[in-house]
Design a protein around this ligand. Structure first.
Ligand code: G3P
Ligand code: CA
Length: 241
């Protein structure tokens, strides 16, 4: 089985994470999939960013939840990574989807609902509503560290694929797998290395697989996928295996 290469927050290793340049680079790097994270703004927009706060990746301060879309759009999400990317904005979910639609991307779009620290009210319904009204060429794969989000979204959009990021909560992960809510696990690669011999035979796409050693490990064991900040490197290595 060919291990799919999924670009973590876009090509996070070479571009400002979770920005349009990062997703464009992932496509150019030949990624089979793209992983990204979604939060909710104060005025109810689906916002692509990793942290609950804007402080680490932008020139702003505060929680996404306390800022409107207009306020978020004024922030610079590129300069902290490299001044070359100054002026890069935080994208909305729709902007990322439109980029992938334009590129006719037919790979995996792995959307992580970042609901484990802040339980954004109604985010699952907004996401389901968005994809129920937009035809997309890619395969939609949802993940979350928060099992309730997976269960809620699965009830609204049962035809999408769901995978757990809460595999270490063995009971919950196994129950949702037995109920066919989740198909597989997206675990931390360090956890996989400790547990994989004991793992039930489920589809695995570990993160964050950045070293050549970890990439080879995933290829050798024919995991379904790997999630990496360096899809270009993973691609070159896969060609040699
Ligand atoms: O989906 C895998 C990975 O993205 C989960 O960790 O913190 O990078 O969102 P994090
Ligand atoms: Ca993520």
């Amino acid at each position: 089985m060919l291990t799919q290469i999924i670009a973590h927050r876009g090509s996070k290793g070479t571009r400002p994470e979770n920005t349009l340049p990062a997703f464009e680079a992932a496509l150019a790097d030949g990624a089979d999939g793209i992983e990204t994270d979604v939060h909710l703004s104060k005025d109810g927009h689906l916002i692509i960013i990793h942290d609950e706060k804007v402080d680490r990746t932008t020139d702003g301060k505060g929680r996404v939840l306390d800022l409107t879309l207009a306020q978020l759009k004024r922030l610079d999400a590129g300069a902290k990574f490299d001044s070359v990317y100054a002026g890069t904005r935080i994208p909305t979910l729709d902007e990322v989807v439109q980029l992938l639609v334009k590129a006719n991307f037919t790979g995996i779009f792995n959307l992580e609902l970042k609901t484990n620290k802040i339980h954004y009210d109604g985010i699952e319904a907004l996401v389901a509503d968005y994809f129920n009204h937009h035809e997309v060429p890619f395969k939609l794969v949802y993940s979350s560290f928060y099992p309730k989000s997976i269960e809620r979204l699965h009830a609204l959009q049962p035809t999408a694929e769901f995978d757990s990021l809460f595999e270490s909560k063995f009971k919950t992960a196994r129950r949702l797998h037995a109920e066919h809510v989740i198909i597989g696990y997206h675990p931390d690669i360090r956890w996989v290395r400790r547990h994989w011999l004991l793992l039930p035979k489920v589809q695995l796409r570990p993160w964050t697989v950045n070293s050549e050693r970890d990439m080879r490990f995933c290829y050798r064991h024919q995991f379904a996928g790997l999630i990496t900040d360096y899809p270009g490197l993973a691609h070159r290595l896969r060609l040699k295996m």
